[in-house]
Design a binder for this molecule. Structure first.
Ligand SMILES: *Cc1c(COP(=O)(O)O)cnc(C)c1O
Length: 369
């Protein structure tokens, strides 16, 4: 069974055959063996985030990544608190949307999509607005691939004694994040990003003391982070409500493969190499990256529509799809761009072949001209 194409997208991503194979059996959700697996992967996630069991705990939430973000924002901020949302792309904007829909008191600081969040501006805002209790930021804004300066922003947040909620959806497992050292209070990611599992749940690493304060705060029954944690903790590994059993097994296998690859550092290195091949090759083919190198994450790259050849995204997309690659449309409103992801079970050879096909595409487009 081989796939018709490789996914070069922001997720879900291409997974290994062994991760897919792990889903071939049916499992009982409250069986001891199954719950032991849940407990094992909760522990492993803490290790991936360099967080100790004494101070941190991992909670799962059914659904895609957004469900994890919504569960966290909805469960963590008290009714008399105030959230500051840092925005430089669609996923930051989504956190603001969640705050609005859930009637969470909030303020926003918006930066341009090609501009990283500025820790000095954040610090000034925190000093100006003592009512802010929590700050939410996306680590890698998958909208463009821009990497926000997590360490410096955490520094500003902690110096000003606020709580931090980090959407590390597209970076956790692919970029080293020292959750405990940085004192991040809540970190959110999901099964189908850099850990390279399949879609079906999100997970949240929570600072224990802070999570303990969240009992009864949730604005939703099913997305109650504290309640989910309490059940998992008391009934060692049980989820409230049906858990995605196949996805959990695939995730267990994915974590094993992450360790076999050499952990987050090694995966980070592979993704960086992938991204370098893509950017160098696309540049050679006459494409221009939207972001300068120093702002770019190693996960996904945004490219401008080229002007040296007749170009439509649909034409390029279909050409590459026939060649075995699926790329992604852009997500910027004022400028024509597309994205090429390089996370997942994709390797240097795959990226090199992608570039060969792209060069062929450019050549053929020139011939037609
Ligand atoms: C993928 C992603 C999400 C979650 O998206 P879902 O479609 O709900 O899985 C959130 N934030 C970022 C930065 C992401 O890359």
């Amino acid at each position: 069974m081989s796939n018709p194409y490789l996914l070069l997208t922001p997720g879900p991503l291409s997974t290994t055959p062994t991760v897919k194979e792990a889903m071939q059996k049916d499992w009982c959700t409250w069986d001891q063996e199954y719950k032991a697996i849940v407990e094992q992967i909760r522990q492993q996630l803490l290790e991936v985030g360099c967080a100790s069991k004494d101070h941190y705990t991992a909670v799962f939430m059914q659904g895609s990544g957004t469900f994890g973000v919504e569960a966290t924002l909805g469960s963590v901020i008290p009714s008399d608190g105030k959230l500051l949302v840092l925005i430089n792309g669609a996923y930051g904007k989504r956190m603001e949307d969640i705050a609005r829909v859930l009637c969470i008191p909030h303020l926003s600081l918006e930066f341009k999509p090609n501009e990283p969040v500025d820790p000095l501006v954040v610090e000034r805002k925190l000093i100006e607005e003592p009512s802010i209790t929590h700050v939410a930021m996306v680590h890698c804004e998958t909208t463009t691939g821009i990497l926000n300066p997590l360490e410096a922003v955490m520094d500003a947040i902690k110096r000003n004694r606020r709580l931090a909620i980090i959407d590390a959806m597209s970076s956790f497992g692919g970029i080293p994040i020292a959750v405990e050292e940085l004192q991040i209070d809540f970190v959110i990611s999901s099964a189908n990003k850099c850990i390279q599992g399949v879609p079906g749940f999100s997970f949240i690493l929570c600072k224990r003391d802070e999570l303990m304060k969240c009992k009864g705060r949730a604005r939703s029954l099913s997305l109650d982070l504290y309640d989910q944690w309490e059940t998992m903790e008391k009934d060692s590994g049980k989820w409230r409500f049906t858990s995605p059993t196949h996805v959990v097994h695939a995730f267990k296998q994915a974590l094993k493969e992450l360790a076999e690859e050499g952990g987050v550092e090694a995966r980070h290195e592979r993704y960086r190499t992938n991204q370098q091949i893509v950017v160098d090759g696309m540049t050679q083919a006459g494409f221009e990256a939207y972001l300068p190198k120093e702002l770019q994450s190693p996960l996904i790259t945004t490219f401008l529509y080229p002007t040296h050849i007749p170009f439509t995204f649909e034409h390029f997309y279909n050409f590459l799809k026939l060649a075995g690659y699926v790329i992604y449309p852009g997500k910027l409103t004022d400028i024509n761009v597309f994205r090429i992801g390089n996370m997942g079970d994709v390797h240097a050879e795959d990226m090199e072949r992608l570039i060969e096909h792209t060069l062929r595409f450019v050549g053929e487009s020139n011939d037609e001209n």
